[in-house]
Ligand binder design. Structure first.
Ligand code: ZN
Length: 257
């Protein structure tokens, strides 16, 4: 993968450089093709998968415009968090551009629910994300965290949280030819008792922190930075995307400033 600068109001656009006819795939919710396990974007049959952690890194570093060239169908998973992308973007540096930054401001509550899970957006003076997960597993149980994104705290509090999965799921995925590179190097894996990674967790509540990271990536698919308070209960990519679609469908629920 290579990341290039892009002009103001360009947005984040993916390009598959391994194909004869490269297709431009803007990171916008109308281009979502699948939310199973990870977020996959596509245009005219060309797809790029597992975009959410990189999108969260862009969000956290307030990078609105970039071209992402990727030589294959999926963004590299790296260590399962956004930290390697954050380091790379910091090393490259970012530039303040000449046009004022646009943002979407939530002006009215929007809520979606599904099978006892829910996600909502409320008006707020800044971006806040409050997430609750509830797993019937001794190492996770109930975790709630609220993060206010105002002073560059994305890097310390959220970017290092890794994706997680259960050993029996990983075995099923592998049996279906998926998660071929899946290992303890790029995810927190749990068996019935607890975390099997020898290094343990990066935060006691790394699981809910990763869900907040994923939510940032999902909100990036609005195509503009958002000012609002998100609250989610057992939500995920699929329900978050429904929330984004419900927001964009209700013109009375937001302003663009
Ligand atoms: Zn994730």
């Amino acid at each position: 993968m290579k990341i290039w600068p892009a002009p103001p109001d360009h947005g984040i656009v993916f390009v598959r450089t391994d194909l004869k006819r490269p297709e431009l795939i803007p990171a916008r919710c109308e281009n979502i093709r699948s939310t199973q396990n990870a977020s996959t974007l596509g245009v005219n049959g060309t797809r790029v998968g597992t975009v959410e952690h990189l999108l969260a890194a862009f969000y956290g570093l307030q990078i609105d415009n970039a071209v992402v060239e990727v030589q294959g169908p999926e963004i590299p998973i790296m260590d399962g968090s956004a930290e390697p992308f954050v380091q790379m973007l910091y090393a490259a540096g970012a530039e303040r551009q000449s046009r004022p930054r646009r943002k979407l401001v939530v002006t009215r509550p929007v809520r979606v629910e599904e099978n006892g899970k829910w996600a909502e957006l409320m008006p707020s003076d800044r971006l806040r994300i409050r997430f609750t997960i509830s797993f019937d597993h001794p190492a996770i149980k109930d975790q709630t965290l609220e993060v206010e994104f105002s002073n560059g705290n994305f890097r310390e509090e959220i970017s290092r949280a890794r994706t997680f999965g259960f050993l029996h799921e990983v075995e099923t995925l592998k049996a279906h030819g998926l998660a071929k590179g899946g290992s303890l190097e790029n995810a927190v894996i749990l068996d019935a008792q607890g975390v099997i990674n020898p290094e343990g967790l990066r935060f006691p509540d790394e699981f809910v922190r990763h869900k907040i990271l994923d939510t940032l990536g999902d909100l990036m698919l609005i195509g503009l930075p958002i000012q609002g308070a998100y609250r989610g209960y057992k939500s995920g990519h699929s329900l978050n995307l429904k929330l984004v679609q419900a927001l964009l469908a209700d013109h009375a629920a937001y302003d663009i400033l």
